[in-house]
Write a protein that binds this ligand. Sequence first.
Ligand SMILES: Nc1ncnc2c1ncn2[C@@H]1O[C@H](COP(=O)(O)OP(=O)(O)O)[C@@H](O)[C@H]1O
Ligand SMILES: [Mg+2]
Length: 258
Amino acid sequence: MATSPAIEVRALSHAFTGERTVEALRDVNLEVAAGSFASLIGRSGCGKSTLLRVLAGLIEPTDGAARLNGEDVRGRPGHAAYMPQEDTLLPWRRALGNAVLGLELQGVPRSEAEGLARPLLERFGLGEFMRAWPAELSGGMRQRLALARTFLARGPLLLDEPFGALDALTRQEMQIWLQEVWTAPTADERRTALLVTHDIDEALVLSDVVYVMSDRPGTILERIEVPLARPRALTVVTSPAFAGLKARVLEALVRGRS
Ligand SMILES: Nc1ncnc2c1ncn2[C@@H]1O[C@H](COP(=O)(O)OP(=O)(O)O)[C@@H](O)[C@H]1O
Ligand SMILES: [Mg+2]
C-alpha cells in the first residue's frame, strides 16, 4: 500500500524579505517515512531552523510544498511536535506545568494533559522532579523535560539542535538516551522524527537517514542511509562502518561550502 511520507518537503524555497533579502532555502526536497528517524545536518546559518519552522507552520515559505501526514502545513501551526532551538522552559512553571504546555496549546484541558504527562515524565527519568522549578534542574534534565513536552504534543517530532547547549559527554549520553526513549515501547509506535544538528556523530548515531544541507541558500546535497543495527551504543562511533558513513557526510559538507 502506498502511503504518503509522514514528513514531505517538495521544491521548497524561502527568502526573508526586509531591509535586505536573505535567501535561506532553495529547492529543498526531503521525505521522512512514518516511524523513522531522520536528521538534517548543515553548517550554522544554512537554513536548518528555517526549514523546521516552515514544517511547524510558523513560517510561510516563498515557494514549494510542506506536508505532514499528507496535510499541507504551510502557515498552519499545531500539526507537529516542535522543539525550538532556544530554551523555551517557562521559569515560573514547575516541571509538570512546563511538560503540559504543548498539549495545552493544542487545546487539551490541563487536568487531562497532566494525566498524560506524569507517566511520560516517569519514563524520562523526571518522576521525582515533577514539582521542581526549571532553575533547579541540571542542563541534561532541562533538555529531557523540554523533550518530554515535545513528545506529548501530537504529530511528527521536529527537534532543533536539542543538545546544542550541553557539554560533550552529557550530549553523547543524551543521544543514547534519546534513542532509547524513541525506540520504546514498540517499533510500530515509534514517532516519526526529524532532528536538526551540525554534529555529524549525533546525526549518524540517531538516524535511519541523514540529509546533508549546503551552505546558504540551503539545499539538500545528499541523502545517506544509516544501516547500523539498533540499539546503538556510545562506542558505535569507533566502528569502521561508522567511519565510512562519516566520511560521506564530511565530503558532502565540504562540497556544500560557499
Ligand atoms: N526572521 C529572519 N529574518 C531575516 N533573516 C533570517 C531570519 N531568520 C533567519 N534568517 C537568516 O536566514 C539564514 C538561515 O538561518 P537559520 O535557518 O536560523 O540557519 P541555521 O538554523 O541552519 O543555523 C541565516 O542567514 C539567518 O540570518
Ligand atoms: Mg538553527
